[in-house]
Design a protein around this ligand. Structure first.
Ligand code: MRU
Length: 368
């Protein structure tokens, strides 16, 4: 998407790859919205570390990062022995796979890359195929988001108030985003509407990332406390909810997404407000048979016990990033990063192939 920085407007993707330097190039999301910086990971371990530490986050974005990370690892191999190359590749794959557990996109993305690589007969061929397949995944991610925008835009009518949770915007993908795709498409069609961004404690991706994105694109929006959504719904001030997802079970229609999504789905159901989930195909898990099997990331309690922000800077220079403790000094915290919403609370899943009931996702199996 286009970003305005110091008066200049430029297009940026969240994740790209520099083949000359064999480096993955990422927007440093932990600094946003206070500072815009690109970082380059020099090897696959650094790429995995960037996923774990949330330099890059969001299902599609970590999917593309893992795909490029796999290509990066493959291209760093020196030698011609295929057996050694494959053993090395397996190490790279496992490192990237375990960088974060809940989103399925990294696994789906890397599986696609490995499938494409298998067609190569030499190490050099497989290295080239890896780069081509990772690039294809990134392009497909953008195409899927564009199609989600086309299918989802009619849901947003003139004057509506739309709630979204966390960040399933362009920063969570290579570009455009999923939950934001219908928003940007409706805006492009000339409609006026308002978006409420849940702040999304504990890491505040809604307050920092979604609000920044929407501001950059000139979309009318406000940040609300996570606990304010029920009140606004009860007063008839929210007409539609659109969220993203980190893993949707193709067999059951259950949706894993940022912690707090389930609460919003229950509230929307209580108030008769349509609740949609927007996803590319890489977010579908065709294996698991129950939401209880989804690995839910258990994150550090420090995220709940305090908050990260930026201290006031000098002039237009951002200040230092700092953590402040909020909770009682001796208390500990429990911090599950995601929850699972059952299909009966979901009005529809907005996919690149149209809007489907959660239990009808099976129709998409095998589609690209
Ligand atoms: O922990 P994060 O920031 O990587 O979580 C991902 C999310 O932002 C959300 O769960 C999002 O709604 C789905 S990712 C497209």
């Amino acid at each position: 998407m286009n970003v305005t920085l110091r008066g200049g407007r430029r297009h940026h993707r969240t994740v790209t790859f520099d083949p000359m330097a064999n480096a993955v190039v990422l927007i440093e999301q932990r600094l946003l919205p206070h500072e815009f910086r690109l970082v380059r990971t020099q090897d696959y371990r650094e790429t995995a570390e960037a996923i774990t530490t949330m330099v890059v986050r969001g299902a599609g974005a970590i999917g593309a990062t893992a795909a490029f990370g796999l290509a990066q690892g493959a291209r760093a191999f020196r030698g011609t022995r295929l057996d050694r190359f494959e053993a090395h590749l397996e190490r790279v794959y496992q490192t990237l796979k375990h960088a974060r557990p809940t989103a399925v996109d990294p696994v789906n993305a890397m599986n696609e890359v490995r499938k494409a690589m298998a067609l190569g007969e030499t190490v050099a061929e497989r290295q080239d195929l890896a780069f081509a397949a990772a690039s294809r995944f990134a392009e497909e991610d953008i195409e899927h988001c564009r199609a989600i925008g086309e299918h989802g835009a009619p849901l947003i009518r003139e004057g509506m108030r739309v709630l979204t949770h966390c960040n399933a915007g362009w920063l969570a993908f290579v570009d455009i985003g999923t939950a934001t795709a219908p928003i940007y498409a409706a805006q492009a069609a000339g409609r006026k509407f308002h978006v409420y961004c849940d702040e999304t404690r504990p890491r505040c991706q809604g307050a920092s990332l979604t609000a920044w994105e929407l501001a950059q694109q000139g979309v009318s929006h406000q940040v609300i406390a996570d606990s304010a959504a029920g009140f606004l719904m009860s007063r008839g001030e929210i007409d539609l909810v659109i969220v993203g997802s980190d893993r949707v079970l193709g067999r059951t229609g259950e949706v894993a997404n940022k912690i707090g999504t389930y609460t919003k789905a229950v509230l929307a159901h209580r108030h008769g407000i349509p609740f949609y989930v927007a996803i590319p195909l890489s977010t579908i898990d065709w294996e698991l048979g129950s939401g209880l099997e989804i690995p839910i990331e258990d994150r550090s309690g420090d995220e709940v016990l305090g908050a990260w922000g930026t201290l006031p800077g000098k002039g237009d220079k951002p200040g230092r990033r700092a953590y402040v403790r909020i909770a009682n000094p001796g208390s500990t915290a429990r911090n599950p990063g995601f929850d699972v919403t059952p299909p009966e609370l979901i009005t529809g899943i907005i996919t690149p192939h149209g809007i489907l009931k959660p239990k009808a996702l099976g129709k998409l199996r095998g589609k690209g």
